[in-house]
Design a protein around this ligand. Structure first.
Ligand code: GLN
Length: 339
């Protein structure tokens, strides 16, 4: 009798421990995660380096003190610190999610054949990069390849393509996202360089929709408003093999994620992508609105918003926070314990 109880108790204890460990994403306990976010926030909140982007006039007016951190685990636990109410325009972070959408719709080979996935190593709006490769190898995470990716999203007309992109972003974020109209209008009136890129791609046969309209949809997609928490849920959806861990909806396939994360690893932070990957080991994507999302495969997505940028166009504080959290939680995938 006692023996049966003992075995029962042991099984119960084992099950409880096992389920709580998996629910927390392996070795990551809620306390550990909370402490990492708190410490990162305190450590970096007074950093003054960096400057808001101002080549898009409206971005210069965004409150540079916004500072929000969110981490969402692959099983949907949400942790936040700081300002997660304020929203910034997603800007280039959208490129990762449109790339995923195109891979999901057309397959990974089409991404290779129609756009190319090698990092250009040049600034994000480089025309030289397009010219150098004669329209080939333009990469979906910098402007030329991103505008080409937008031009590949299926839809009968530009309204349908825009709707599809906004819907997909909303599914990634688990809520209905919307357009930051002042940012869109500000950039749309001033995006001659991106239009030039789109036309140059057309000349090389690498633009798959009307170049003016594709650039306009791309400008809209960059003006989608997001909070740090939105970015974290979007990242967590990638971390969880394409299923949004909060809504439980499959947004893209696991295979799509498998092909999207390597592009983020090699080209997510523009011409500083190598430095980022060297220091963090995580695929990530930044935007000139001040957001960065990073993905710890199978574990979590982390989103940080802080508008001041470094010279490459990446949020200074967001990089510091994510690197700190990765180190503190010991989740760099390349930290291997020898057998
Ligand atoms: N909309 C911006 C542009 O095209 C996006 C750039 C970025 O975030 N790096 O210039």
């Amino acid at each position: 009798m006692y023996k049966t109880y003992f075995v029962y108790l042991l099984t119960l204890l084992f099950t409880l421990q096992f389920t709580s460990a998996t629910a927390q994403g392996g070795e990551l306990s809620p306390e550990k995660i909370r402490a990492a976010l708190d410490e990162a926030y305190t450590k970096y909140k007074d950093v003054k380096e960096g400057k808001n982007a101002d080549y898009i006039k409206e971005l210069a007016n965004v409150d540079s003190k916004i500072f929000g951190i969110a981490l969402v685990t692959a099983d949907g636990e949400v942790y936040t610190k700081g300002d997660i109410e304020s929203m910034v325009s997603i800007q280039s972070v959208s490129k990762a999610f449109v790339a995923a959408q195109v891979i999901d719709e057309m397959g990974h080979q089409a991404m290779m054949d129609s756009i190319g996935v090698d990092a250009t190593g040049m600034v994000f709006n480089s025309i030289v990069a397009v010219e150098h490769h004669r329209g080939k190898e333009i990469n979906p995470l910098v402007n030329p390849g991103a505008i080409a990716a937008t031009s590949l999203v299926s839809g009968a007309d530009s309204a349908a393509i825009w709707k599809s992109i906004l819907n997909k972003h909303s599914e990634f974020a688990g809520r209905e996202l919307s357009l930051n109209m002042p940012v869109y209008i500000s950039e749309a009136g001033d995006n001659l360089r991106n239009q030039a890129i789109a036309h140059l791609l057309l000349a090389y046969g690498r633009m798959y929709f009307d170049p003016v309209e594709a650039t306009d949809i791309y400008t809209k997609q960059c003006a989608i408003n997001v909070s740090a928490k939105d970015l974290a849920v979007m990242g967590a959806t990638l971390a969880n093999g394409g299923v949004n861990p909060v809504t439980k909806k499959e947004v893209v396939s696991a295979e799509t994620v498998m092909y999207t994360l390597p592009i983020m690893a090699t080209a997510g932070l523009y011409d500083d992508s190598g430095i980022w990957y060297y220091n963090s080991g995580l695929p990530a994507k930044s935007g000139v609105g001040g957001g960065i999302v990073a993905v710890c495969p199978g574990k979590f997505g982390i989103g940080v918003v802080s508008p001041p940028l470094d010279a490459a166009g990446n949020s200074v504080k967001a990089q510091l926070v994510i690197k700190y959290v990765v180190e503190k939680l010991g989740v760099n995938p390349f930290m291997i314990q020898p057998k």
